[in-house]
Write a protein that binds this ligand. Structure first.
Ligand SMILES: CC(C)(COP(=O)(O)OP(=O)(O)OC[C@H]1O[C@@H](n2cnc3c(N)ncnc32)[C@H](O)[C@@H]1OP(=O)(O)O)[C@@H](O)C(=O)NCCC(=O)NCCS
Length: 316
């Protein structure tokens, strides 16, 4: 891996770097949000952010990059990428607050852009729309925002949602198994033009016990109308990624996932151009807590349904 500005070397992240990278992710993200938005993102201590290193490593080893100071040996920047069949995704990008604005993120980004170019694949990511440093980093390098997502936080009572009282049903939902992988891949390709079978397999195998993957079968045998994943870990309580053919399917899958978050407040990224889904989520008491934009460098496929992305691991 190449060079960055004079003072830093860019190199592949090693498992030995994980504690330092976790510190960096925790400090960098929390500092930015505390200064600019008045609240941290992560709690529980820097070690919770090791989740990012672990998940990306498990999905595909060698897809983390760090910017290391030549003299001090300290890691001042980190980022992840993830090659899939149809595209490359870019995962969480962090720079140490002492080094914001020195071009470290741009150097990391360029390395990943070169990788995607070499494989002639589009590069996709989901970036905060409220964090102009992050938004600008990507648009400055030619990325094009194409979809807006509302981060909706849904408080789940300790006893869970009373579905009967709310007039809701999750009867169509079932847990996915490895036999669903090709149907999941086919649906995602049909809805959003991307596919990432290794990811679905990883979520369903769930070796760490933090993932859950739900599907709704279609009328046509062997096909599904929607799938949705969630992760429940101290660093990430997120519902997504997933796609559905229609808003009712998407909503039913979200409601079913809420059952694993009793007494917690998970977040789901819902597409802002899907008012039917957003309205149903508001009726559940969901509150906007962030905005994210999907950005792409390269050819974009049209969306034919509901896409609920995530940023852990980045789903583009
Ligand atoms: C977002 C973040 C990674 C940027 O890192 P950085 O090293 O300071 O960024 P860089 O110095 O490489 O600058 C980024 C680019 O955006 C440009 N830029 C920054 N603010 C801009 C603005 N408001 N308008 C236009 N361009 C802007 C810079 O000029 C630079 O472009 P250049 O390389 O062509 O000069 C860093 O602020 C950070 O770690 N934030 C906290 C964590 C976070 O929010 N991560 C991203 C979300 S996962």
């Amino acid at each position: 891996m190449g060079k960055t500005s004079s003072s830093y070397i860019l190199r592949a992240m090693e498992p030995a770097d994980w504690p330092e990278v976790s510190d960096l992710i925790y400090l960098s993200t929390n500092t930015w949000y505390e200064i600019n938005r008045g609240h941290p993102i992560f709690s529980g201590g820097p070690q919770v952010c090791e989740l990012f290193c672990r998940v990306y490593h498990q999905l595909e080893p060698g897809c983390g990059i760090v910017a290391q100071h030549r003299k001090t040996g300290r890691i001042a920047g980190s980022c992840f990428f993830h090659p899939r069949e149809t595209h490359v995704s870019l995962g969480i990008m962090n720079v140490h607050p002492n080094h914001f604005g020195e071009g470290i993120a741009s150097a990391l980004l360029k390395t990943i852009m070169d990788f995607a170019k070499r494989y002639q694949l589009p590069l996709r990511l989901v970036s905060s729309a409220l964090n102009l440093d992050s938004f600008s980093l990507y648009t400055r390098h030619g990325f094009v925002p194409y979809a807006l997502y509302q981060d909706l936080a849904i408080e789940v009572p300790r006893s869970g949602l009373n579905l009967k009282k709310l007039g809701l049903s999750t009867k169509r939902v079932r847990e996915a198994d490895l036999e669903d992988i090709s149907a999941i891949g086919a649906l995602e390709f049909e809805v959003s033009g991307i596919s990432r079978e290794r990811d679905y397999c990883y979520f369903i195998e769930n070796d760490d016990g933090i993932w859950k993957t739900l599907v709704i079968d279609s009328q046509t045998k062997g096909e599904i109308d929607g799938f949705l994943v969630s992760v429940n870990d101290p660093a990430a309580r997120l519902i997504g990624p997933g796609v559905s053919r229609d808003p009712d399917t998407a909503f039913e899958l979200v409601v079913a996932h809420l059952d694993r978050f009793h007494g917690q407040t998970p977040v789901v990224l819902a597409p802002s151009d899907q008012p039917e889904l957003i309205t149903q989520l508001y009726q559940l008491g969901a509150r906007n807590c962030e905005l994210h934009v999907a950005q792409i460098l390269g050819e974009k496929q049209p969306i034919n349904g509901i896409v609920m992305p995530t940023f852990m691991p980045e789903s583009g």
